[in-house]
Design a protein around this ligand. Structure first.
Ligand SMILES: [Zn+2]
Ligand SMILES: [Zn+2]
Length: 269
């Protein structure tokens, strides 16, 4: 491991399931486990890590694509679980959590910074149709990484909180034209396009233009919809919009894809 910072891998990202892995010399943490326990275990295997070594799972919100495997993993490996109070209430009513020992349940309130061993993690609220959805900024030794998906828009407040991170996982959920023309029911299309839905490819690029700074080296495109997006289109939209804003795409920083079923390389930040 490098002298400073931390390591991360986006184990899976997409409408079908999300999980993010973070590692410091002292802690191994997952954010969300939105695939089966078996699949999460195999994704961890891709980066030579094991679920029994995970200290904690931080949960963003109660949607199935974020909590599907949380209960199974918690029962099998006994790690600590963190979510805010409202998300806990919503999860208790969902079929995915099941029985989890109360000693494993912990509160991580929105807008707070918590220290896990040698890393500080800040939570911030997003605009999404869940009980109290929150995402996270990880900070260690002057390095930081931001996760921001599952939000209908990015407010000035959010853009400020996530400002000038070294790396980002940013939502590129859908292409608006594909979504409009596609087979989804009108109501579902409205939900996705609303302020409580998901960021489109253009919205994600716009958010990055506002948030990124001179420290930013890596941008990962996340939470792509299988039905309403195409990987190449999401990538091209991000790259083109950043280039049009005179940002040094490919020079000062790189844009990376993620996959719904393959982990990204374990990377130092
Ligand atoms: Zn969601
Ligand atoms: Zn989601």
């Amino acid at each position: 491991m490098s002298e400073t910072g931390f390591k991360y891998s986006i184990l899976a990202s997409g409408s079908s399931g999300n999980s993010f892995y973070l590692e410091t010399p002292k802690k191994k943490i997952l954010v969300d486990a939105g695939l089966s326990g078996k699949k999460i275990t195999s994704l961890l295997g891709e980066i030579n890590r094991k679920p029994e070594d995970i200290d904690a799972i931080l949960i963003t919100h109660e949607h199935a694509d974020h909590i599907h495997g949380v209960g199974v993993l918690a029962r099998k490996y006994g790690m600590d679980l963190y979510a805010n109070e409202k998300t806990w209430q919503a999860m208790e009513n969902s079929k995915y959590l099941g029985n989890v020992d109360s000693s494993q349940k912990h509160i991580f309130e929105m807008g707070k910074t918590k220290t896990f061993g040698d890393i500080d993690i800040e939570s911030f609220g997003v605009s999404h149709d869940a009980a109290a959805p929150q995402f996270y900024r990880f900070m260690k030794d002057d390095k930081s990484f931001v996760m921001l998906t599952d939000t209908g828009y990015v407010s000035d407040r959010m853009a400020g909180i996530v400002e000038n991170a070294d790396g980002y996982l940013i939502e590129s959920n859908h292409d608006v034209e594909i979504l409009r023309a596609g087979s989804y029911a009108w109501r579902l299309k409205q939900r996705i396009l609303s302020d409580l839905g998901h960021l489109s490819n253009e919205d994600g690029a716009e958010a990055m233009i506002r948030a990124m700074g001179n420290r930013t080296k890596k941008i990962y495109l996340g939470h792509l919809s299988k039905e309403n997006n195409i990987k190449e289109l999401a990538h091209m939209t991000m790259v083109n919009q950043l280039a049009q804003a005179d940002l040094g795409v490919g020079v000062d920083f790189q844009v990376y894809d993620t996959s719904p079923d393959t982990a990204t390389t374990l990377t130092d930040i």
